[in-house]
Design a protein. Sequence first.
Length: 361
Amino acid sequence: MKTISSRQAGIILCVMLLANKILLLPSVLYEYAKADSVFILVLLLLAEIGMVFVFFQLKRKYPNASFYSIIQTQMGVVFAKILYFFIFLYILYKILLVYNVCYMYFRVQVYLDASFYIFVFVFLIVCNSTVLRGLRPLARCMEFFFYFLTACFIFCLMISIANFNKFPLFFDTNVIKFFEGGFKHLFCFGDTLILFLIMEKIKLDKKGEKQISKYAIAISILIVALYVLFYGIFNHISFVHKNAISDIITFSYRFTDIGRLDMVAIVFVMFLSLFQISVALYIFCDIFKKIFNAPKDIYGLVSFDLIFIGIVITASLDYAKTIAIGTVIVPYFAIFLQYMLPIICLILSGLRRREYNEKNS
């Protein structure tokens, strides 16, 4: 089996942790918790880092096993297929969410008159071809562009400091609204689940664990910095600005004679969304193979293309509807699939090992 290095796994985790957090989420969270949204972000990012350590523990117990085979061993074949079917739907939703958010972003920032059908066509061609090459080439490509993307992100943060007005007003939110905002937007988090779904393809040792942890902590700090800057710049009108990474540098539209600085943010989001959707689509196809015993990725890709076109075009699942579904229905699935399921698998594996040791003794 072709594997990826722990460094590549850490980079994939970093890229996925940025999904849905740098454009829409700061604005939407502000409607619930105002500037205290920073604390929601910190708590949920700590949960993400905690799940990374759960992944390490499970990987040590099952070095070469897939997450599907672990669930199958602990809970049975039927239950494993049912759970993976829900994960299948959840990953599909994540792809639709990233797609719709990025489509609205590029339409506003790049080309307002862009045809929806052209965007769909380009999206499917690029992502399908990327997935067909496999996870290792995709991981190498992400590894190659990672420092460039990190530099773009830090550049946007540094430039936005010139626009910073004052520190946002914290501890100004009702406790109920605070936790309601965190729960309703769980669908924007839980990206650590990606590591579990490709765990058999990751080559991991203790050094690799430290490497992945450092990547996760570093990118989390940068995300928190973005939110502090965003709320410090826009304060009470933060809910109006739906594209955080570009909006924070709006007032720095021209810096000496460089020209449009928002092009840095546009290029950053373009590469980031491509990688995020490609990783999620690869996992979608891998889950499809496990559930339906499909021999090749092409079957999963064709199924995805048909489902995607059917949902986006026929059902008219646009930006607003995707967010509405995410805040009403998806959080209940998210809290179980993202956090509870991996922990349950880890607990059950510990109990079974204890029973095995007691029998042998």
